[in-house]
Design a protein around this ligand. Structure first.
Ligand SMILES: *Cc1c(COP(=O)(O)O)cnc(C)c1O
Length: 396
């Protein structure tokens, strides 16, 4: 099997699993218990909190463990909205290509009377600092813009946006789930107030994430309960997962430069190979994108058919469009960057990690080329296009 869907989830490294085992086998006490056996668990998560904080330039007291990226996004946005509402600020700026954990939370706030302004995304998949600057008003409570997009991998000018927000005294949240462990993060230098991460996107376990909240930002609970996480997130801590996340993030940050230089080579090879397929387009900026992200549209090809044929060839990939019971649900990300025709045909997202090899990339290129050629060969609509009867091909 060739795994090329690392933006969906990553494989836990052996090092991470080894770091977690003692907290299942031996040190399994409740961190809230007063006896020393419980305190061992408590001390361990304190240590993990410090390590994670260190990786992003925060202090331990600014890190809150959550069940993952989605919960961290929910808590960050709802907290900032509440802070704004107290000062009668109900305008929130975001973008059209955020993750659904952000967009659906904003939908909820809209129903509660907040005004949500989604910035248009340039065709290259990047928001400009000027767009943010121009959108900020007296009553803006929050700017929430993702660090790197999960479909097309494009990297946003986070430090510049942070500077603008700080100068305007507007809270700035960034969903850094795709960035953490892959791109450098320094919440202080980048003027970030709230930031979400998730362990399973950097070879850590699933179901654990963290929210960084700058000192002074008052969080609202999503989960009510005990006094865990300084009263901001009830529930007994997932100690093994927390330990796994810390090990994974430390490892990813320590090896970032090396991993990324390897990934940049693989990415270029893959892009060059797929570009040779006729009527293909790379989605998103060619340079300002995550080192492991490749996202293509192939004219006349339906994303799901492509994925199923790739699966037959042992390749795990992803598509921006999901075709469920005959109705096509186009990717909101590709719509946001203005892909009109192509989105109807779906896209192919291949996301690599440092464990992928050049040989695998070669196999992917050959397999995608074969499947695209085959699907076009059996498409009557594609034949119409070739003889000029049709501008572009829509799936049936
Ligand atoms: C995966 C992902 C999330 C959700 O994280 P979970 O830990 O799976 O809840 C949020 N935002 C982005 C950009 C993601 O890629």
């Amino acid at each position: 099997m060739i795994y090329a869907d690392n933006a969906a989830t990553t494989q836990m490294s052996e090092k991470v699993i080894k770091a977690m085992l003692p907290y299942m086998e031996k040190i399994w006490g409740n961190p809230s218990s007063l006896y020393s056996f419980g305190q061992e668990s408590k001390d361990s998560i304190s240590f993990a909190r410090e390590q994670i904080a260190g990786c992003i330039g925060a202090t331990a007291a600014e890190i809150y463990f959550t069940s993952g990226g989605s919960e961290a996004d929910n808590q960050a946005i709802i907290s900032a909205a509440k802070i704004g509402a107290k000062k009668n600020k109900r305008h929130i700026i975001s973008t059209a290509f955020e993750h659904h954990a952000v967009l659906h939370t904003l939908d909820k706030l809209k129903r509660e009377g907040f005004e949500i302004e989604l910035l248009d995304v340039h065709e290259n998949g990047i928001i400009t600092p000027e767009q943010v600057k121009n959108a900020i008003r007296e009553d803006t409570a929050l700017v929430t813009i993702m660090y790197a997009n999960n479909e097309i991998g494009t990297i946003q000018p986070i430090a510049e946006i942070g500077e603008i927000c700080r100068a305007a005294k507007v809270i700035f949240h960034t969903d850094a789930v795709q960035a953490a462990g892959h791109l450098p993060i320094d919440v202080k230098a980048q003027n970030i107030d709230l930031l979400s991460i998730s362990a399973h996107k950097f070879h850590g376990p699933k179901g654990i994430g963290a929210l960084y909240a700058r000192k002074g930002i008052q969080l609202v609970n999503i989960i009510e309960g005990g006094a865990q996480e300084r009263g901001k997130r009830g529930g007994t801590e997932n100690v093994p997962a927390i330990m796994g996340m810390a090990t994974a993030l430390l490892d990813a940050c320590a090896n970032m430069a090396e991993n990324n230089s390897k990934l940049l080579e693989l990415r270029q090879k893959l892009i060059d190979g797929l570009n040779k397929i006729p009527h293909s387009t790379l989605n998103g900026d060619a340079e300002k994108r995550l080192p492991g992200n490749v996202n293509f549209c192939f004219e006349g090809i339906e994303g799901e058919a492509l994925l199923l044929h790739l699966d037959d060839k042992g390749i795990c990939a992803s598509s921006g469009s999901a075709c469920t019971s005959g109705s096509l649900d186009p990717s909101h990300v590709l719509l946001a960057i203005g892909r009109q025709h192509e989105i109807a045909h779906g896209s192919l997202r291949l996301t690599l990690c440092e464990n992928n090899t050049a040989a695998e990339v070669e196999k992917i290129i050959v397999a995608v080329g074969e499947v695209v050629e085959y699907l076009r060969s059996i498409s009557p609509l594609w034949k119409d296009k070739l003889i000029g009867k049709r501008e572009f091909v829509l799936p049936e």
